[in-house]
Design a protein around this ligand. Structure first.
Ligand SMILES: Cc1cc2nc3c(=O)[nH]c(=O)nc-3n(C[C@H](O)[C@H](O)[C@H](O)COP(=O)(O)OP(=O)(O)OC[C@H]3O[C@@H](n4cnc5c(N)ncnc54)[C@H](O)[C@@H]3O)c2cc1C
Length: 504
C-alpha cells in the first residue's frame, strides 16, 4: 500500500475509539489523529521510492514474497542493519513512524512460537506463519498491546485486587479463547489494523492464564480504544508535529473472543517470558534507529539555528563542542545498534536475534541521554525557542514590521526563517510533543532498570573473570591461559614446593 492506500484501508474497520472524551466516527478522517496516520504512512510511501527500496523492502524467506521491511522476519545480520537504517530513515522524516513495533513483535513471536512447539508439541508456529503471510500480503500495521495496566506494581497478576489490570484468558472454548483485561500504553492504537496481544512479564505457573499471545482486529467485539491526539494537530506553531505525531491509547479487552488460528501462546508461562525478552531485544534494537532519526533532526535544526543567530562553529569552540557532543551521543548509541546487528545470533526458528548486550546498552544510552540531547539543542539555540511570540503575530499589521526588523540574526537570513527554525526546535524539544519524545525514550521498550538487568544477565562476566584469573595464576605471562593453582605450578617458570618443616 501507499500512505494514501493505508489511510483508505482504515475505513474498512469500525473500531470503538475515543479521543479527548469524544467518540471518533471515522479514524481516517479524524483531524486529531491525522499526524499519527501520516507518520505510519511514511513507512508505506518510502517502500515505493526507488532510492529506498533496498532498505524499505525485503524478501521473506518463508514465502519468497517481497514485503515491507516493517513486516519482515530478519534472516541475517544484513537484514538487521537494513532494518536499523530503515527505522532511522522513517523516524528522521516523521519523528517516530511507529510501525517498527509491528516488526519487533512479529520477530519475537516467530521465535517464541517455534520454541513453544519444540517444548510442548503444539502447533503455534504453523498458525503464526499463516498469520504472518496474511499480514504481509495485506501490508497491515499491527499495534503492540504488551504493557498491561499492572495495578499495584509490588504484586503479581494473580494477587491483584482487580484481575482486569492484566489481560488474561477468561474462558477456553472449543473454537478459541476469550480474553479480558487492559493494555495501558499502545502506540498508534486508534489507527492500527490489528493488535498483537503479548505478555509484558514472565508469569509464574499459578498465573498461567495471564501468559497469552494472540492477534485481535481493532474492531473485534469487546475492544475499546481510549486515546490521546497524535502530535499537536491544528496548532499553528507546531512546525513538525502538526504534520507528524503519535497517538498513544489504552486498549480495553472486554471478553473478546479469539479463534485458535490467531492464538500463539495460551498458558505456557516459561515461553511467555522468552517471548517478552525476545520482543524487547528486537524492540530496543529498533528504538536505537528511531532515536538516531530524532538526533538527526536535532543536529540539523541546531546547525540551522546557529547559522540564523549569526555564529560560525569554526570560530566559536563552545558552540562546536555542544554540536560535537550531540553528534557523539547520537552516533554513539547508533553504533551500539550496528554492533548488535553485526554480532547477531541465529535462532533455532531460522531467524536472527540482535546481540542483547549491545541492543540494551544502546537503548539505555538513548533513554538517559535524550535529556542531554534536548539540553544541547537548547544550549546552541538560545532562549528564542521559548520566547518568540506565536505565529499569529507574524500577521499582525501593528507589530510585524518592527518585529522582523529586530528579530533577524545574520543579516542575509530573514527573521521569518530564523523564527521557523526556532519554532521547530521548540516543537522538538520544549513542547508537549517534546515531552513525549523524552518519555518514550526513557520508558518505551521498558524502563532503564529492565535494560540494566538484561545487560548484566547477558554480559559474559565469567569470561572476564577467567581471563584475569588466568593472568594472576601464571604471573600474567602465559597470555591468559588458565593453568592451575596447585602447589609448584603457581608461576610460569614453576618453582619448588618447600618441604614441610621436620620432614627430613
Ligand atoms: C510513549 C510511550 C509509548 C509506548 N508504546 C507502547 C506500545 O506500543 N506497546 C506497549 O506494550 N507498551 C508501550 N509503552 C510502554 C512501555 O513499555 C512502558 O512504559 C514501560 O515498560 C514501563 O512500564 P510503565 O510505564 O507501566 O511504568 P512502571 O512499570 O510503573 O515503572 C515506573 C518505575 O517503577 C519501577 N518499577 C515498576 N515495577 C517495579 C517493581 N515491581 N519493583 C521495583 N520497581 C518497579 C520501574 O523500574 C520504573 O522506574 C510505551 C511507553 C511510552 C512512554
Amino acid at each position: 500500500m501507499t500512505a494514501a492506500d493505508y489511510r483508505e484501508s482504515l475505513r474498512a474497520y469500525k473500531p470503538r475509539v475515543f479521543v479527548n472524551g469524544h467518540a471518533v466516527q471515522s479514524v481516517a478522517d479524524e483531524p486529531l489523529l491525522a499526524p499519527g496516520v501520516a507518520g505510519v504512512g511514511v513507512t508505506y510511501d518510502f517502500a515505493h521510492r526507488r532510492e529506498h527500496v533496498p532498505i524499505m523492502t525485503a524478501r521473506q524467506g518463508t514465502s519468497g514474497n517481497t514485503v515491507n521491511r516493517m513486516l519482515h522476519i530478519n534472516e541475517s545480520s544484513q537484514d538487521l542493519l537494513y532494518k536499523l537504517e530503515a527505522v532511522r530513515l522513517v523516524c528522521k522524516t516523521s519523528g517516530c513512524a511507529q510501525r517498527y513495533l509491528t516488526h519487533d513483535a512479529l520477530n519475537g513471536i516467530f521465535q517464541s512460537t517455534r520454541l513453544t512447539d519444540d517444548r510442548h508439541g503444539t502447533d503455534y508456529s504453523q498458525r503464526f506463519l499463516a498469520y504472518l503471510h496474511d499480514v504481509q500480503d495485506k501490508d497491515l500495521t499491527l499495534g503492540v498491546a504488551m504493557t498491561d495496566a499492572k495495578g499495584d506494581r509490588s504484586k503479581r497478576p494473580g494477587k491483584q485486587l482487580n484481575p482486569d489490570v492484566y489481560v488474561h484468558i477468561k474462558e477456553r472454548r472449543e473454537a478459541g479463547i476469550v480474553i479480558r483485561g487492559t493494555k495501558a500504553i499502545v502506540t498508534g492504537a486508534p489507527y492500527m489494523h490489528e493488535f498483537l496481544v503479548m505478555p509484558c512479564r514472565t508469569h509464574v505457573p499459578e498465573d498461567s492464564e495471564f501468559a497469552v499471545c494472540c492477534a485481535v482486529p481493532c474492531d473485534a467485539p469487546g475492544v475499546t480504544i481510549i486515546a490521546r491526539p497524535a502530535g499537536r494537530p491544528g496548532e499553528a506553531s507546531a512546525k513538525f508535529s502538526g504534520k507528524y505525531g503519535q497517538s498513544v491509547g489504552v486498549v480495553i479487552f472486554d471478553d473478546v473472543f479469539v479463534p485458535y488460528d490467531r492464538v500463539f501462546l495460551a498458558g505456557e508461562t516459561e515461553e511467555g517470558g522468552v517471548l517478552t525478552t525476545s520482543y524487547a531485544t528486537h524492540h530496543r534494537h529498533s528504538c536505537i534507529g528511531a532515536r538516531a532519526g530524532f538526533g538527526d533532526l536535532l543536529i540539523g535544526a541546531g546547525a540551522l539555528m546557529i547559522e540564523a543567530n549569526g555564529l560560525d562553529v569554526a570560530h566559536h569552540a563552545h558552540i562546536r563542542e555542544a554540536m560535537v557532543e550531540l553528534i557523539t551521543i547520537t552516533e554513539g548509541f547508533y553504533a551500539c545498534g550496528v554492533a548488535s546487528s553485526v554480532y547477531c545470533t541465529k535462532d533455532p526458528a531460522g531467524s536472527v536475534m540482535p546481540d542483547a548486550v549491545f541492543a540494551n546498552i544502546g537503548k539505555l544510552l538513548l533513554a538517559t541521554k535524550i535529556y542531554d540531547m534536548h539540553r544541547l539543542a537548547h544550549y546552541v539555540s538560545g532562549g528564542l525557542i521559548v520566547a518568540l511570540p506565536g505565529p499569529e503575530e507574524d500577521h499582525n499589521p501593528e507589530t510585524r514590521a518592527s518585529l522582523s526588523a529586530v528579530m533577524r540574526g545574520r543579516p542575509d537570513i530573514p527573521a521569518t526563517q530564523r523564527a521557523e527554525v526556532a519554532r521547530l526546535v521548540e516543537d522538538l524539544t520544549v513542547s508537549h510533543e517534546a515531552g513525549w519524545y523524552s518519555v518514550i525514550s526513557l520508558h518505551g521498550g521498558g524502563s532503564p532498570e529492565a535494560m540494566k538487568r538484561e545487560i548484566w544477565r547477558n554480559y559474559p562476566v565469567m569470561e572476564k573473570i577467567d581471563l584475569v584469573e588466568g593472568l594472576l595464576d601464571r604471573g600474567m605471562l602465559d597470555e591468559g591461559r588458565r593453568v592451575s593453582r596447585q602447589p609448584g605450578r603457581c608461576c610460569t617458570t614453576g618453582c619448588q614446593v618447600p618441604e614441610p618443616a621436620g620432614s627430613q
